[in-house]
Design a protein. Sequence first.
Length: 123
Amino acid sequence: MVISNTMRSGLVAAALGAATAVMITVVVLPVWAQGFAADLAVSIHNFTFTPQTLTVEAGTTVTWNNKDDIPHGIASDNNAFRSKALDTDDIFAFTFTTPGTYKYFCYFHPYMKGTIVVQPNGG
Protein backbone atom coordinates (compact mmCIF):
# COMPACT_ATOMS: atom_id res chain seq x y z
CA MET A 1 0.00 0.00 0.00
CA VAL A 2 1.28 3.43 -0.97
CA ILE A 3 0.64 6.28 1.48
CA SER A 4 0.46 9.70 -0.09
CA ASN A 5 1.73 12.85 1.60
CA THR A 6 -1.88 13.89 2.26
CA MET A 7 -2.64 10.55 3.90
CA ARG A 8 0.62 10.72 5.87
CA SER A 9 -0.26 14.22 7.13
CA GLY A 10 -3.70 12.97 8.12
CA LEU A 11 -2.21 10.01 9.99
CA VAL A 12 0.28 12.23 11.80
CA ALA A 13 -2.48 14.70 12.72
CA ALA A 14 -4.67 11.84 13.97
CA ALA A 15 -1.79 10.43 15.99
CA LEU A 16 -1.01 13.84 17.46
CA GLY A 17 -4.68 14.36 18.22
CA ALA A 18 -4.80 11.04 20.07
CA ALA A 19 -1.59 11.86 21.92
CA THR A 20 -2.94 15.27 22.85
CA ALA A 21 -6.15 13.71 24.17
CA VAL A 22 -4.12 11.34 26.29
CA MET A 23 -1.94 14.21 27.50
CA ILE A 24 -5.00 16.18 28.55
CA THR A 25 -6.29 13.22 30.54
CA VAL A 26 -2.90 12.66 32.15
CA VAL A 27 -2.44 16.35 32.97
CA VAL A 28 -5.96 17.01 34.25
CA LEU A 29 -6.08 14.09 36.66
CA PRO A 30 -2.81 14.85 38.45
CA VAL A 31 -3.79 18.51 38.85
CA TRP A 32 -7.02 17.41 40.52
CA ALA A 33 -5.25 14.75 42.55
CA GLN A 34 -2.43 17.08 43.63
CA GLY A 35 -4.80 19.39 45.47
CA PHE A 36 -6.26 16.39 47.26
CA ALA A 37 -3.01 14.52 47.87
CA ALA A 38 -1.03 17.59 49.00
CA ASP A 39 -2.54 17.28 52.47
CA LEU A 40 -1.54 13.61 52.63
CA ALA A 41 2.09 14.04 51.65
CA VAL A 42 5.25 14.67 53.61
CA SER A 43 8.15 16.33 51.82
CA ILE A 44 11.71 15.53 52.84
CA HIS A 45 13.79 18.62 52.16
CA ASN A 46 16.78 20.25 53.87
CA PHE A 47 16.92 17.38 56.36
CA THR A 48 13.38 18.03 57.63
CA PHE A 49 9.94 16.46 57.25
CA THR A 50 7.28 18.95 56.16
CA PRO A 51 4.78 19.00 57.69
CA GLN A 52 6.42 17.71 60.83
CA THR A 53 3.03 16.59 62.19
CA LEU A 54 0.24 15.38 59.92
CA THR A 55 -3.26 14.38 61.08
CA VAL A 56 -5.24 11.95 58.91
CA GLU A 57 -8.20 9.58 59.17
CA ALA A 58 -7.77 5.80 59.44
CA GLY A 59 -7.48 4.26 55.98
CA THR A 60 -5.45 7.16 54.63
CA THR A 61 -2.29 6.57 52.61
CA VAL A 62 0.49 9.02 53.41
CA THR A 63 3.40 9.49 51.02
CA TRP A 64 6.90 10.73 51.75
CA ASN A 65 8.90 12.26 48.88
CA ASN A 66 12.65 12.76 49.20
CA LYS A 67 13.62 16.12 47.69
CA ASP A 68 17.15 16.11 49.13
CA ASP A 69 20.24 15.16 47.14
CA ILE A 70 21.12 12.37 49.56
CA PRO A 71 19.26 9.23 50.66
CA HIS A 72 16.85 9.16 53.58
CA GLY A 73 15.01 6.26 55.19
CA ILE A 74 11.76 6.38 57.13
CA ALA A 75 11.01 4.17 60.12
CA SER A 76 8.36 4.37 62.81
CA ASP A 77 9.33 4.22 66.47
CA ASN A 78 6.96 1.26 66.99
CA ASN A 79 8.14 -0.67 63.88
CA ALA A 80 4.76 -0.25 62.14
CA PHE A 81 6.48 0.82 58.91
CA ARG A 82 9.94 1.16 57.40
CA SER A 83 10.94 2.34 53.93
CA LYS A 84 13.82 1.27 51.77
CA ALA A 85 16.50 3.91 51.30
CA LEU A 86 14.91 6.76 49.34
CA ASP A 87 17.10 8.46 46.76
CA THR A 88 16.26 11.89 45.33
CA ASP A 89 12.62 12.01 44.17
CA ASP A 90 11.85 8.51 45.50
CA ILE A 91 8.51 8.08 47.22
CA PHE A 92 7.43 5.83 50.10
CA ALA A 93 3.76 5.27 50.87
CA PHE A 94 2.06 3.71 53.89
CA THR A 95 -1.64 3.24 54.62
CA PHE A 96 -2.60 3.93 58.22
CA THR A 97 -5.47 1.63 59.20
CA THR A 98 -5.34 1.87 62.99
CA PRO A 99 -5.98 5.11 64.91
CA GLY A 100 -3.10 6.32 67.07
CA THR A 101 0.01 8.45 67.07
CA TYR A 102 2.90 7.24 64.94
CA LYS A 103 6.26 8.86 65.59
CA TYR A 104 8.86 8.28 62.90
CA PHE A 105 12.42 9.27 62.04
CA CYS A 106 15.05 9.02 59.31
CA TYR A 107 17.14 5.96 60.07
CA PHE A 108 20.15 7.60 58.37
CA HIS A 109 19.70 10.88 60.28
CA PRO A 110 17.91 10.05 63.56
CA TYR A 111 17.55 13.74 64.51
CA MET A 112 15.01 14.05 61.66
CA LYS A 113 11.64 13.31 63.26
CA GLY A 114 7.96 13.53 62.43
CA THR A 115 4.55 12.41 63.64
CA ILE A 116 1.44 11.05 61.96
CA VAL A 117 -1.73 11.30 64.06
CA VAL A 118 -4.39 8.86 62.83
CA GLN A 119 -7.96 9.57 63.90
CA PRO A 120 -10.93 7.22 63.58
CA ASN A 121 -12.96 7.67 60.39
CA GLY A 122 -15.19 10.72 60.74
CA GLY A 123 -13.03 11.90 63.66
